[in-house]
Design a protein around this ligand. Structure first.
Ligand code: BG6
Length: 466
């Protein structure tokens, strides 16, 4: 890997603390960062490099408490970190950034690649996209690339996402743009493809002849915490539905790509998102947990949903007629991310009698809290008679030493090596917004139910077990 500078715009923010700095340290400890690299934290506080190093060390002990890196590694890591003070609307800040980049390049006698990570609120995107190019700080050289990494939500509806995308396209080439959906980088999510396409057992059953329903669930016990300012006006559907959960759906429903390449995989995901049928009125639920409006940053009459359910359909020959139930919420009774696929009951034959009845199998892929896959099967109940009972076969998929726990490690590594497989294309983002925007526009017709914190969510649910 050639010399690279990683510039984190928003280097003191929540994302940097919780995910990026721990992920970069882990990559460093694994020896997976380029031999010559520099991390530049860019933020508003008037700090020196030394003060930022203290911040990084403090952050690691607070947010990466389970790590087993030695003090020496952490100190060594900090030697690769510099700090630049500035705000995104101040052009002179980009001059300071340029100087820091040049100082590193000159002292290492190199022209580094530049990776800009926008760990900032989406309202700054437009300006940063423009200024990184306009000030020349993002300029590529013949043998040195510039990559720009952008977090979701990318836009707030179809039109704004399209406008943002058009702006990006005038400033950067598609192979420079890395639209992050960190769910795609989770090990268990990547595993969906291996389970589906490397096992004939599952491959044969994976369509509407055999599958009765799919449930995609992402529940969290945490509430909006210290992010009310971000969350208010965004809501659960934009925060995790338009991106993470629709990407899970795409991986469940996509056709097998003809080759294991970024282009083919992303094209198949896109095909699914473009085939999503409009959601029927009555097939959505939204809720808000009690106490959400207690924060000073949230108006008392806030209509922002912290919970949603919807029933989607993928209008392709292999999936039409199969309901995909999607559900997510904050401040619920348990934290879980899973995909449950219920197969149809055999429905006829020797086991469909009153005294001996089979049940449709369930394939359960758990992404969090642990990574596992299980299949519930019908088996003979022990004893003299012949009754059926359900047995579950489970495979634990994580727990190896090399397991990547923080998906941002993969996000950062792939962005450095230039692999865009796990990043979304403009077509995917727009197809997802095309599906979600009419739902948001009709939110007013869907009553906002309140639910108690720590409960299963709103009382009136559309989720059925099959
Ligand atoms: C983020 C959302 O994208 O994903 C958060 O903005 C959510 O609201 C988070 O809590 C969940 O990610 P993970 O990796 O902790 O499941």
């Amino acid at each position: 890997m050639s010399s690279t500078q990683i510039i984190i715009l928003g280097g003191t923010g929540d994302l940097s603390k919780r995910k990026l700095l721990p992920a970069l340290l882990d990559l460093f400890a694994r020896g997976m960062l380029p031999e010559t690299f520099n991390i530049i934290g860019f933020a508003r506080s008037d700090w020196t490099d030394g003060k930022y190093h203290d911040f990084v060390q403090d952050t690691i002990s607070k947010y990466h408490s389970g790590h087993n890196h030695s003090e020496e590694i952490l100190k060594e890591f900090c030697k690769h970190i510099t700090y630049v003070q500035g705000s995104f609307d101040d052009l002179s800040a980009y001059e300071r950034l340029q100087s820091a980049i040049d100082v590193f390049d000159t002292s290492h006698n190199t022209r580094s690649n530049r990776l800009f990570y926008l760990a900032v609120a989406p309202r700054f995107y437009e300006q940063i996209f423009r200024d990184v190019v306009g000030t020349g700080v993002g300029e590529e050289a013949a043998d040195a690339w510039t990559h720009i990494l952008v977090e979701k939500p990318f836009g707030s509806n179809f039109d704004s996402a399209k406008a943002l995308d058009q702006q990006l396209a005038t400033l950067y080439k598609e192979d420079q743009i890395f639209r992050i959906d960190h769910y795609l980088a989770k090990e268990a999510v990547q595993n969906i493809l291996s389970f589906r396409f490397a096992n004939n057992l599952l491959k044969a059953a994976w369509n509407n002849h055999t599958v009765e329903s799919v449930h995609i669930t992402m529940t969290e016990t945490i509430d909006v915490g210290n992010r009310p300012g971000f969350y208010e006006g965004v809501g659960a559907l934009r925060d995790v539905g338009q991106n993470h959960l629709l990407q899970l759906l795409a991986l469940v429903a996509m056709r097998e790509p003809t080759e294991f390449t970024p282009e083919k995989i992303r094209a198949e995901r896109t095909r699914v998102l473009e085939a999503l049928a409009p959601v029927e009125a009555g097939d959505v639920v939204r809720g808000q947990y009690e106490g959400y409006v207690a924060s000073d940053d949230i108006p008392d009459d806030s209509q922002t949903e912290t919970y949603f359910e919807l029933k989607a359909e993928v209008a392709t020959p292999e999936w039409s007629g199969v309901p995909f139930y999607i559900r997510s919420g904050k401040a619920l009774d348990k934290a879980e991310v899973s995909i449950s696929i219920t197969l149809r009951d055999v429905a006829s034959g020797m086991f469909e009698t009153e005294s001996c009845d089979s049940t449709g199998n369930e394939i359960l892929l758990t992404v969090q809290p642990e990574q596992s896959m299980s299949i519930t099967m019908n088996a003979k109940a022990p004893g003299l008679g012949f009754q059926l009972e359900q047995r579950t076969m489970s495979v634990a998929c994580g727990c190896a030493e090399d397991e990547i726990k923080n998906s941002y490690e993969k996000v950062l590594y792939d962005a450095i090596v230039g692999d865009q497989t796990l990043f979304t294309t403009t077509e995917e983002v727009l197809a997802a917004w095309k599906f979600v925007t009419p739902i948001i526009e009709q939110w007013g017709n869907t009553p906002l139910q309140t639910y108690a914190k720590g409960s299963v969510g709103p009382a009136n649910s559309i989720i059925t077990t099959n």
